[in-house]
Design a protein around this ligand. Structure first.
Ligand code: NAG
Ligand code: NAG
Ligand code: NAG
Length: 466
């Protein structure tokens, strides 16, 4: 009897386990400069960037692998090695499925020379990082549309510097990750805005409100969500509460818009609440003169019945939604939901988000909630995301940098060509020595040609005589 019951249960569990696993069409995981694959605690295997069939590294000069001192234990296997570029260099990453991709670049400066490196990074025609320097370990994440079969990821060192990278992830994003419509919040009110699905995003903050840190191990898109406490601006405990939910998050069945890839259970099952009289405010440091996408996640894990919560949502000091009726939006309890706000921040400082209570709510104690927040910087122009640079890292970029940069890459090319030539000469010399059975090979030219280059040409031509 028990086994009869157990079989459907097991099938059910298997079905939910397989449904939970997101299988991206493109999943490049590169350990740059590494000599052996690196396996992370979340089970993902990063392969060395050399000798990988679907990736090609192009550079006019040798790109050196660099290894961290093995004396100090590394926090993760990806900290152990890096690839260092002295000249502009590109990775060509094969793309099987066009559309949005998540690109993560890992920078772990294990040497002072890496920590002081200044460089630019571009991909798919966008300047992603401008004059970037990683003085501390950092992972930069971008969500960008790829419209070709190859994503070209380019590193350009700033004059007198190197560029480096420790690891690269390029993963197909599920379609539901980026929507097209958002709410534009300005000082004169709110308006619907379209075209969100053609922008490039730099992920800045991914916050699990009142919850534990969620690591890539527990996120099907290998994201990291951190607790919100250090971003809280006002913390009157009488006006807010902390909630965690042991039940099941009611992801809509078969939905193509709301899945665990938007945000996992571990993110929706915690929340911070605001009382009907209160206001809870968070502040996130951002740079000025940029446009941001603010995704606020809501999931009513606190109510016993529908239509109990009504609350106001503030974005950048503006009232963005008045008397938000979460039950009206979802129709169910414990049902995940999010709203995308678009906001321009002109002044340096913090981007403030808040939830405020409403007298329409059923209870005084809990009027509204927030479960999670994501803040992304959007491209301001067609070419740049990191500041207002209307340039891409193509030839326009080289041109805009002036002839200096161009000459530098040419010089790099010449040095490389020179090295090749020397290598060729050594090979020829070795072969000559072998042929002459030990007779010493001499540099004396046997013609009147002058200069090393003439000799080199002669060497090359005599080689074909063999
Ligand atoms: C990059 O930053 C350094 C230090 O702030 C500065 O000296 C340099 O001019 C900057 N380069 C560009 C191209 O902005
Ligand atoms: C994953 O989530 C479960 C359940 O919340 C938790 O017990 C576990 O510690 C998490 N593991 C990691 C590596 O974060
Ligand atoms: C960002 O880039 C996309 C693609 O080039 C473009 O369609 C969009 O208008 C840009 N956004 C802004 C704010 O310029």
């Amino acid at each position: 009897m028990a086994s009869v019951l157990a079989v459907p249960l097991l099938l059910c569990l298997l079905a939910s386990a397989s449904a939970a696993r997101f299988a991206p069409a493109d999943n490049h995981l590169l350990a740059c400069g590494a000599t052996a694959p690196a396996v992370l605690p979340d089970g993902r295997r990063f392969v060395p960037d050399s000798g990988c069939a679907s990736t090609r590294l192009r550079s006019p000069a040798p790109t050196l692998p660099s290894a961290a001192s093995s004396a100090a234990p590394q926090p993760t296997p990806l900290h152990a090695a890096a690839r260092v570029f002295s000249c502009r260099a590109s990775y060509d990453l094969a793309v099987r499925r066009r559309g949005y991709h998540v690109l993560r670049l890992h920078f772990y400066p294990f040497e002072p020379a890496l920590a002081s490196a200044r460089f630019h990074v571009g991909a798919a025609g966008f300047l992603l990082l401008h004059n970037f320097s990683a003085s501390a370990p950092v992972v930069k994440e971008f969500i960008l549309p790829v419209h070709s079969d190859v994503l070209v990821l380019t590193f350009v060192p700033e004059s007198g510097s190197n560029a480096f990278v420790n690891a690269i992830e390029l993963v197909s994003a599920p379609d539901e990750l980026v929507g097209d419509i958002g709410t534009l919040v300005t000082s004169s009110g709110t308006d619907q805005t379209n075209g969100l699905s053609s922008q490039v995003y730099e992920m800045l903050y991914r916050i699990n409100v009142a919850g534990r840190k969620v690591t890539p191990f527990n996120d099907t898109l290998w994201r990291t969500w951190v607790n919100d406490e250090r971003f809280l601006v006002s913390t009157e405990s009488s006006n807010s509460g902390v909630w965690s939910f042991g039940g099941r998050i009611a992801y809509p069945k078969g939905s193509r818009l709301m899945t665990r890839e938007v945000a996992p259970d571990n993110v929706y099952n915690s929340a911070r609440s605001v009382s009907s009289q209160g206001k809870v405010t968070w502040g996130f440091p951002v740079s000025a003169s940029s446009r941001y996408l603010v995704r606020m996640h809501f999931c009513d894990i606190v109510s016993k019945a529908l239509n109990e919560l009504y609350f106001d949502i503030y974005v950048n000091g503006q009232l963005a939604v008045k008397d938000f009726d979460i039950s009206g939006a979802t129709g169910f309890l414990a049902y995940p939901y999010y709203i995308d706000f678009v906001v321009d921040v002109e002044d340096e400082g913090a981007l403030k988000l808040a939830i405020g209570g409403s007298k329409n709510s059923r209870s005084d104690e809990v009027s509204g909630i927030l479960n999670a927040v994501e803040i992304m910087r959007m491209n301001r122009t067609n070419g740049g995301i990191d500041g207002d640079f209307a340039v891409s890292l193509g030839m326009e970029y080289v041109a805009s940098k002036g002839i200096g940069e161009f000459a530098r890459s040419l010089l790099c090319g010449f040095i490389f060509a020179g090295l090749l030539l020397v290598l060729l000469m050594l090979v020829v010399r070795l072969r000559t020595e072998l042929r002459n059975n030990g007779t010493t090979w001499s540099w004396q030219p046997n013609d009147s040609g002058d200069g090393k280059l003439a000799r080199a040409y002669q060497l090359v031509s005599t080689k074909t005589d063999y």
